[in-house]
Design a protein around this ligand. Structure first.
Ligand SMILES: Cc1cc2nc3c(=O)[nH]c(=O)nc-3n(C[C@H](O)[C@H](O)[C@H](O)COP(=O)(O)OP(=O)(O)OC[C@H]3O[C@@H](n4cnc5c(N)ncnc54)[C@H](O)[C@@H]3O)c2cc1C
Length: 508
């Protein structure tokens, strides 16, 4: 081989090696910063799924979460009254809420199973209970246990009582109950499609597209009442039991949109559970595991697109530069300034007033002779004169004292509470901007707010507002962001608990 041929070959190989993709050392990989506004289950889930789905070539993505409150969890929060702690916001999870089930395992959280004691239900119309199930307390069970020394007597009594109550329900509402169950099961089955593997589940650019794919979209175009009438449910069931459920779970009537209605009915079935010590621990655990820089007590007041990045400014006077920004909170009652401005459909939030009382209900208010005759869950029908949606016993301390939770659409004034309770030791009131006020047809805000890299998790809340729907929306946002920003097919990388954040990680 001549010298010129050798040089030519050398040049050729040099050229080849230069044109081949070079394995990048970690320091070569440009760092990408994702900023998330809100540390509820939505924001924390975005961080979790970003880490889960991030391709190995982008391990240096920085995730910043901003939370205006001193704690994480958002609408998953607890309240402590007279030394006992209870869920103040989102309290129950459905057995088929698979993301929550997975988080519980991943984060080693303890599941609080549904109580054995079946709560008695009474439907109150302002004058009388139009329907009541029978009540059996732990005191009654202990009494039976004393006389009949049988193994598993507690289970047996609870089983017989719940069977008897099912018969009572069947006598009043007939086979409409089965039709209701079918309606709920069909919606739950369709929702389960969101757990299908990534190979068969597309990445959705809009809420409409996401709901159409699972077959749930049509339920958002009609009211729950219209859906139930078409499904053959009786007016009695719709106006009583179903109204009670929608008032408890969403503070709204059966005129709410069908999908949110179906979700609320699913939240009244069996097997409901929660996290021992508080559901907020899901958000805390996900943030801890996702190598996030968490900024507590830092409210974002503006988001500006400058050049090819976003600038977030906080009320503390700090400014942050991010490649991608995610809004993980409902924007409806916030005053975040967007530049350029964004446009989302107007949406009203339903305010739910949650009042916790440690004391004793007054039987006189309910026209009864003894407090023990008041059902543990008092639900109400739709009547503007009724001052509350529901009253439920959270814990019976003794014969003279229980802790109650009241849901109402208006604040519960002291004079009103004094007429309902014979004794009140402590009262705590929370005004929640709780969830969207649902009305069909629902109009959805975009997932992508500006056509670039500004995302909105809570656009999905018009479908239904639950911890699990936030997780499902967050997963889609994480996949959408990764596919649009890095332009590649996302393969789940094995999820390894990553190290703690960068000094700023607050103690949760
Ligand atoms: C009373 C009540 C009962 C409920 N019951 C249930 C139930 O039993 N089961 C169920 O599944 N769901 C229930 N829900 C609904 C559930 O709580 C919500 O759907 C879910 O928690 C929403 O989570 P998120 O992360 O999307 O929003 P959020 O939890 O609202 O989180 C948003 C976070 O963003 C923060 N934030 C807002 N603006 C800014 C800003 N500018 N800068 C920084 N941070 C900001 C907020 O402080 C908040 O922490 C209930 C809700 C309420 C209110």
């Amino acid at each position: 081989m001549s010298i010129s041929q050798t040089l030519l070959l050398l040049f050729f190989f040099t050229f080849l090696s230069l044109s081949q993709p070079q394995p990048q050392s970690p320091s070569d990989v440009p760092s990408t910063t994702v900023c998330i506004i809100g540390a509820g289950i939505g924001g924390s889930s975005v961080s979790h799924f970003l880490r889960k789905y991030s391709p190995d070539s982008t391990p240096f993505t920085k995730i910043l979460i901003f939370e205006r409150n001193p704690v994480v969890g958002g609408r998953m929060a607890t309240v402590t009254i007279a030394g006992d702690t209870f869920e103040a916001g989102a309290s129950i999870l459905h057995p088929k809420n698979l993301h929550a089930v997975n988080y519980t395992k991943l984060l080693n959280l303890k599941v609080k199973p549904p109580s054995l004691e079946s709560n008695s239900l009474g439907i109150w119309n302002g004058k009388k209970f139009v329907f009541k199930t029978v009540k059996i307390s732990s005191y009654d069970i202990a009494l039976i246990d004393r006389f009949l020394k049988l193994p598993f007597i507690e289970y047996l009594v609870s089983y017989i009582v719940s069977l008897y109550n099912s018969v009572l329900l069947l006598v009043r509402y007939g086979f409409s109950l089965l039709k209701m169950q079918n309606f709920v099961e069909s919606a739950v089955d369709k929702f389960s499609k969101y757990y299908e593997g990534d190979e068969s589940r597309p990445i959705f650019e809009s809420v409409d597209e996401m709901l159409k794919w699972s077959g749930l979209y049509n339920l958002t175009t009609r009211s729950l009442k219209d859906e139930l009438v078409d499904a053959g449910l009786s007016p009695l069931l719709i106006n009583e039991l179903i109204t009670v459920i929608t008032r408890i779970n969403y503070g709204q009537s059966v005129h709410m949109s069908g999908l949110a209605g179906a979700v609320s009915l699913a939240g009244s079935g069996g097997g409901l559970w929660s996290i021992e010590g508080g559901n907020w621990q899901m958000a805390a655990g996900l943030i801890n595991q996702s190598d996030v820089v968490l900024h507590l007590n830092e409210e974002i007041k503006s988001v500006a697109h400058v050049g090819d990045y976003y600038e977030l400014n906080s009320t503390k006077g700090n400014s942050y530069t991010c490649d991608v920004a995610v809004v993980a909170t409902p924007l409806d009652e916030l005053n975040i300034q967007f530049n350029p401005p964004i446009s989302i459909p107007e949406r009203k939030l339903q305010h739910t007033y949650t009042t916790f009382v440690r004391g004793l209900l007054d039987p006189v208010y309910f026209g009864l002779k003894a407090e023990s005759k008041i059902p543990e869950l008092v639900g109400t029908i739709e009547d503007p004169d009724l001052p509350f949606s529901s009253i439920s016993v959270l814990k019976k301390h003794n014969e003279k004292e229980s802790t109650y939770k009241i849901f109402s659409r208006q604040p519960m004034a002291d004079t009103l509470l004094d007429s309902i309770f014979s004794a009140r030791k402590e009262t705590i009131r929370i005004n929640w901007a709780a969830y969207p006020h649902y009305h069909a047809p629902e109009i959805f805000a975009p997932f992508i707010l500006d056509g670039r890299h500004l995302y909105y998790v809570n656009a999905f809340e018009n479908a239904a507002s639950t911890m699990e729907t936030s997780c499902v929306a967050a997963e889609n946002i994480a996949r959408l962001m990764l596919s649009r920003y890095f332009g590649q097919v996302i393969l789940p990388s094995s999820l390894t608990p990553s190290s703690q954040g960068e000094g700023e990680h607050s103690d949760l």
